[in-house]
Design a protein around this ligand. Structure first.
Ligand code: FES
Length: 89
């Protein structure tokens, strides 16, 4: 199974295979797609990489529990796709 990440502002997308790339964050995939997302710590602390999640489900990259797998915004350095996604970037 593969997921597609769409970046609504840049009009770019990338396909992601969670079985082969299980530790790729959404920020990693944005870099691969050539989409520039501001970042700082890359460890979930500073909040700089937060973007609106327009559609789809996410999970924490290291499996930490989250109450809502479809929040209104996500820290792209700390989450990975759990479905097809559209983010505002
Ligand atoms: S880059 Fe700091 S929280 Fe993502």
């Amino acid at each position: 199974m593969k997921y597609t990440l769409q970046f609504s502002l840049s009009k770019k997308s990338i396909t992601y295979d969670p079985n082969r790339n299980s530790f790729f964050s959404i920020l990693d995939l944005a870099d691969k797609a050539g989409v520039d997302i501001r970042r700082g710590c890359r460890s979930g602390h500073c909040g700089t990489c937060a973007v609106p999640l327009l559609k789809g489900k996410v999970e924490h990259i290291f499996g930490d529990h989250i109450d809502n797998d479809s929040p209104s915004s996500i820290l792209t350095c700390s989450f990975k796709a759990k479905s097809d996604l559209i983010i505002e970037a």
